[in-house]
Design a protein around this ligand. Sequence first.
Ligand code: ATP
Length: 416
Amino acid sequence: MSGIFDLIPDHVQTQVQDLAPYLAGISLVLTGLFMNPLNVPLPLFFQVHDRKKLRNRSKAYDPPSSLKSKKFLVLVNPNAGAGMGKLTYDEVIKPMLEKAKQSHDVVFTTGPGHASQVCREVAANPALESYDCIISASGDGMLHECLNGLLSNVSASSKGHNTRTAKRQLPPLAVVPVGSGNGVADSLYGRRCGPHVALEKIIAGKPSDIDVMAMTYVGKPELGLIYDLHFFCWAVFSDHDFLTENTLRWLGPMLKMVLAPAIVILRMTWYGGVLDFAPVEVAKDLKKHYKDPKSWPESPDDKTMRRVDDSFWCMAAGNLKEAGGDLSATPYVKQDEGAVDILMVTKSRGWVSRFRGLMVFLQAENGEHTEFDDIQIVKCNKFRLKPGKSRYRGSPGHLQLSGQEQENGEVEVEVS
Ligand SMILES: Nc1ncnc2c1ncn2[C@@H]1O[C@H](COP(=O)(O)OP(=O)(O)OP(=O)(O)O)[C@@H](O)[C@H]1O
């Protein structure tokens, strides 16, 4: 006798099975949120610090005997993630550096802007060689701050050339992941690599080149240059990050990362906008993952660019394959190819239902979303975005670099 489940097509059954743990998780979280029977402050509740485990792993670290001795500057965001910064410094960074006979100075940041101020001072210091490497023990957000501090002296004119030169003259920048979003560390050292793996590679490794996105505001030179090495986003991902970094931050890393996707998928907000991008050639073996830029018209403002004049659910530019939070938004991009990958979902190329939106989030966990026709990925070395308002809410959305909120407006981004 055939059961009722035999009437449901196989692919639907598979999708339901895939979704079940997430739905169960969301239900649990909501129950916990509304009940919270012990009235425990939630961020504290989720600080599951395992000091002993961290300490034992650091004890097991066996540095190679051939290490050259270097001097590190360690900037620690004590509030990153679930407040893991200080603990990670005490139990991982300090003991491992000492074991490897590496000297270091440490600065515990006191708030937003502190890391960029310290890095600005380091960059302005003529005795720059005093540090062989700057380590940001943080999430992606403070790393972004460090980068901008280090590159703060690069002038807005001929920025590409100057950025490349400055990158070679400055001490290398590294990250030990302790944030709630660690996309840079995930990309460089492996997803959820943890602080031990990252630091071991930093101590032993040679620095590698990473492209930098240099963003300027069209018609607003007074806003200067803002750099990022990781992730530019507008529309759904920045709506998501705005929630995790602001509205839901107090809930701690676990809860906010479950609730934020659910909220943006339920909202399903579309933003009008105009995107011009300067396409670059894609390697032959990867072409199947990318859309042909010629399927968009030339930009009337610049013949070297293509124009997407559409409603966007998603628009993001990734310089690294991991965006953070287990999201591989641009899985085929390379860190030093002088280009970024733009990921778009636009209304004219397929309407995205809430269910489809959820699938995109789930598939993007392993970069599988790129296989679908309604997902558009292009490679470019420059883009200009004129963000419009959302049709239903009238909100202009958020512009973000590495999860850090930027002023909304027409921007131009060059990669070098
Ligand atoms: N002591 C501090 N207290 C509060 N905020 C800080 C402090 N130090 C740095 N910040 C700011 O906190 C923001 C987020 O920092 P960070 O990226 O390290 O952590 P996170 O939010 O947990 O990770 P992510 O941004 O990847 O989600 C940055 O804007 C940074 O400038």
